[in-house]
Design a protein around this ligand. Structure first.
Ligand code: ADP
Ligand code: NI
Length: 217
């Protein structure tokens, strides 16, 4: 199989697995991340084969739905890519990217070694911002049975992955615990520019939310 066929077959495989998901990790999230990652990857000069495979496979077995197992995603991705006959070097890079992509708490660094990985991480994080990010946050919060907002519960700044993972906080708190921190954590200049607009859109949403909550508007 040539690279184009591998990407086409991988896209079909992922679409079969994730279509119909209602947690915000559905096939359309993957499509958006893939398109953004390609765009950023072209601008930054990254290896587009690795970028596209990692974008397509990054949520194939998310730790959030596999008892916190960070290896579930890389394991499934590797098995699939071996079946497609992808060379070992590319498989290793894709799996390293998938294993290090996720946000793990406000005070937990998530370094990404290669440019391809930085681009995919930026694309995934951009899809957690802006109008898209707001929609996904409430979809995920509802799925996890979290409250929309509770003024008695303050946001936290998590120091460890374990603390972040076990937090059952509200969805509004998730904006303060993660989403509003992402614009400053973009790896590439191209993503930083896109993140700025999405960040300020979320800020206006939160301001308005507070005003409506207090009956001011
Ligand atoms: P990551 O790789 O950083 O975990 P994902 O691509 O899996 O990112 O997407 C995370 C999505 O799930 C985001 O849109 C985010 O808003 C949502 N999400 C994750 N945790 C929560 C939470 N505790 N409350 C609300 N939404 C959440
Ligand atoms: Ni994702």
């Amino acid at each position: 199989m040539d690279q184009k066929d591998i990407i086409r077959r991988t896209a079909e495989h992922v679409r079969d697995r994730l279509s119909g998901d209602t947690t915000g990790h559905d096939w359309w999230h993957i499509e958006r991340v893939r398109a953004l990652a390609r765009r950023l990857g072209r601008e930054e000069g990254a290896d587009l084969f690795v970028v596209e495979l990692a974008a397509l496979l990054h949520d194939i077995a998310d730790w959030k739905f596999h008892d916190g197992d960070l290896e579930a995603g890389p394991r499934e991705a590797a098995a699939w890519l071996e079946e497609c006959g992808v060379e070992k070097r590319a498989i290793d890079e894709v799996c390293t990217i998938i294993g290090s992509l996720s946000f793990k708490g406000a005070q937990v660094p998530t370094p990404m070694a290669t440019l391809a990985g930085q681009v995919v991480q930026d694309a995934d994080r951009l899809d957690a911002l802006g109008a898209m990010g707001i929609a996904r946050a409430f979809a995920y919060g509802g799925h996890q049975k979290r409250e929309i907002h509770n003024p008695d519960i303050a946001p936290e700044s998590h120091r460890s992955f374990e603390a972040y993972q076990s937090s059952g906080s509200t969805t509004i708190n998730h904006f303060h615990e993660k989403l509003l921190l992402l614009a400053d954590r973009m790896n590439t200049g191209a993503a930083r520019r896109l993140a700025a607009g999405r960040h300020s859109y979320m800020r206006s949403f939160l301001e308005r939310f507070q005003k409506e909550w207090g009956g001011e508007l």
